[in-house]
Design a protein around this ligand. Structure first.
Ligand code: SAM
Length: 286
């Protein structure tokens, strides 16, 4: 990184040699800002996750500019070229399909690489699904944990679910509609049915839906439904007084033993001996 501090007194936008990270709507196209439109119209080129998606915004606001595709499949080959262009004085905007580039999409890689190459980054802030879900959930929002998509590998996933189950802060999770049922079942197992939750579906869109109040009710709500659309899940943190460190420590030991290769049955048996609890009680903690 070359700069210790970035200039704060900026000239007219867009400026040469700057990488603009531009937030775009997560559904409702009217959520685009005037500043974002100005950048998209006047930068040397716009690098988009999917050019068809970005064209929808450009067409709606009657603007045109050079669009190139920049996504997780081609980012490693495109990044060096984009950095070269920035160094040659071009201004570039990065946009993802929806929301803030860099939050669970390839914007993160270019931002990191550009920064280490000494390029100035300016964020033109815009909508973000995580924050939209958080504030519309009505759950505590001053302090929160953003998990993005949970890992697919079961062991890694359970580790995070365990963290969520004992976290006192609100947690935000991105999930695909196909896997929502599985996630809700896991949250039920780790956090219990009474934990407050909100599933935000199709936020800012015509069929926006907020489903609460607790995990049990949300599972029931989706039981016989076809789940479609974009989903963000917000889970309330545990209250300090509900936190039972012994139970959490045993659960953690159970996970550690399983990660070390023991079967659930063998690990439960071992911990039952060590804690004096019934094997079945420990077995059922997962
Ligand atoms: N960078 C984007 C942002 O921060 O808003 C998120 C990109 S991530 C690849 C896409 C995920 O964001 C979706 O799978 C979904 O979990 C969430 N998401 C995006 N749009 C949404 C919407 N309108 N309603 C609910 N969740 C949404």
């Amino acid at each position: 990184m070359n700069n210790i501090s970035l200039l704060t007194h900026r000239k007219e936008e867009p400026e040469d040699g700057i990488l603009y990270i531009v937030g775009t709507p997560i559904g409702n196209l009217n959520d685009i800002s005037q500043r974002a439109l100005n950048i998209l119209k006047n930068v040397s080129l716009v690098a988009c996750e999917d050019t068809r998606q970005t064209k929808k915004i450009m067409n709606k606001f009657n603007i045109s500019n050079k669009l190139i595709s920049f996504n997780k499949h081609n980012s490693s080959t495109k990044i060096p070229k984009l950095i070269q262009d920035l160094k040659a004085g071009k201004s570039i905007a990065i946009v993802s399909d929806a929301g803030m580039p860099g939050i669970c999409d390839p914007g993160e890689d270019i931002a990191r690489n550009a920064k280490s190459a000494g390029i100035d980054l300016i964020c033109v802030s815009g909508p973000c699904a995580a924050l939209t879900a958080l504030v519309s959930s009505g759950l505590p929002s001053s302090s929160f944990v953003f998990e993005g998509f949970l890992p697919k590998k079961q062991i890694d996933r359970e580790k995070i679910l365990l963290e969520i189950s004992k976290n006192q802060k609100t947690t935000i999770i991105y999930e695909s509609p196909k896997r929502l049922r599985k996630l809700l079942k896991e949250l039920f197992e780790f956090c219990g049915g009474d934990r407050e939750i909100m599933v935000g579906r199709e936020l800012t869109k015509k069929f926006e839906e907020h489903v609460g109040n607790n995990i049990k009710e949300v599972i029931e709500f989706f039981k016989d439904k076809d789940i479609v659309g974009e989903i963000t899940v917000v889970v309330k943190g545990i209250k300090n007084r509900d936190f039972n460190p012994d139970k959490f420590l045993i659960k953690k030991d159970l996970h550690d033993l399983r990660n070390a290769g023991l079967s659930l049955s063998a690990a439960s048996k071992y911990l039952a001996k060590r804690t004096g609890l019934k094997k079945s009680e420990i077995y059922n903690m997962i």
